[in-house]
Design a protein around this ligand. Structure first.
Ligand code: UDP
Ligand code: MN
Length: 339
């Protein structure tokens, strides 16, 4: 055997082997990292795409103005086939739970509309069918929360509003404001802003209503029917009182609560009454006022800090993401309010 030949081969093969292993490792490293780089650049591109969705314009180009809400028009809305309405709403972008955000621009406002109800099925159908397109024309990001009270106790509008606020928070969406909305009130003109008011300035929306006073403005102390408030302000005033069972009083006390925190109640367009701020009501039998409401109002001053969102107690019987709203059914009953 020629040993010098074997040694010669060894000397030749070793560097070739080392070089090929090194090349293999390099190629593998570059490949695995380049796919990482691709993912990162794609993610970056997506971020840019999200960021580049423009804020919606200050005045929506989709507004159409005044809508005729005659009895015939409302009856036509209520008679439309439920399946067809739901399909149309879905196509327009309404998500289960009655949630919506504009697809082509980023809304400047994220609004939770809270509607307290009991035995107002027809009003609710018209309300939802009318309000979705209305709110969409304003390019708002919004959800409609319907809070329905079980039969057990007298109706408690304030407590239902508090529950709606809590449930909107529990939904993990960051709503900037709430619009506390009676089910039987319809804004006639989509120039009536359902945007979020700034902190410190709750906006009284219903002050020019057809049947109240033939559209004449109501008192500046009135804070009922339809009211918009920033989420910060609603929290700051501890929401509504939970102590008003039956008709009346909770809205008067809401006004007192805003005053106690030095909030300034404003109206759209400096309170000017024009067709833009008109509301149409849907009729119903008049409720019997709660005879105790004046004493609850008078007692209430001492309880702003303890009676409201902080001591809210309720049993949630169900929560359903329906095609046009998030419906929360609750059982509530009176309890002693700590002073
Ligand atoms: N409401 C209800 N069922 C009732 C009582 C009141 O759904 O039995 C709700 C509904 O949203 C209504 C609001 O509470 O619009 C205010 O009550 P109501 O309409 O009786 O008061 P009004 O302002 O007409 O005096
Ligand atoms: Mn009413």
């Amino acid at each position: 055997m020629d040993w010098s030949h074997v040694t010669y081969l060894r000397v030749l093969i070793r560097p070739v082997l080392i070089a090929s292993i090194t090349i293999f490792i390099c190629v593998f490293w570059i490949q695995s990292n380049s796919s990482d780089i691709d993912i990162k650049s794609a993610q970056h591109g997506h971020q840019l795409a999200v960021q580049s969705v423009q804020l919606c314009p200050l005045i929506s180009p989709r507004l159409i103005g005044w809508t005729n809400l005659s009895l015939e028009a409302m009856s036509a809305i209520s008679k439309e086939d439920e399946g067809i309405v739901e399909l149309r709403m879905k196509q327009s972008g309404v998500k289960p739970g009655g949630r919506y955000e504009p697809s082509r621009c980023q809304s400047r406002h994220k609004v939770a509309i809270i509607v307290p109800v009991r035995n107002r099925t027809e009003h609710l159908a018209v309300f939802l069918r009318y309000m979705h397109p209305f709110l969409q024309r304003q390019q708002l990001s919004y959800a409609i929360f319907v809070v329905e009270q079980s039969e057990r106790s007298p109706f408690n509008r304030g407590m239902l509003m508090n529950i709606g606020f809590k449930e909107a928070q529990l939904s993990q969406e960051e709503y900037q404001c709430v619009i506390l909305h009676d089910v039987d009130m319809l804004p006639e003109h989509d120039g009536n802003p359902y945007t979020c008011p700034e902190d410190g300035k709750p906006r009284q929306m219903a002050f020019s209503v057809d049947h109240w006073n033939n559209y004449n403005s109501v008192s500046w102390n009135f804070l009922g029917a339809v009211t918009a408030m920033s989420a910060n302000d609603f929290q700051r005033i501890n929401g509504y009182s939970n102590a008003f069972w039956g008709w009346g009083g909770e809205d008067d006390q809401l006004f007192q609560r805003t005053k106690s925190q030095n909030l300034t109640v404003v109206r759209a367009f400096d309170g000017t009454v024009s067709q833009v701020v008109h509301y149409k009501t849907m009729s119903h039998p008049r409720a019997t006022p709660n005879p105790d409401r004046m004493s609850v109002i008078n007692e209430g001053w001492k309880k702003f800090q303890t009676d409201g969102l902080v001591d809210l107690r309720y049993t949630r019987l169900s929560l359903k993401l329906e095609p046009l709203c998030t419906r929360i059914v609750v059982d509530i009953q009176p309890y002693n309010i700590t002073t």
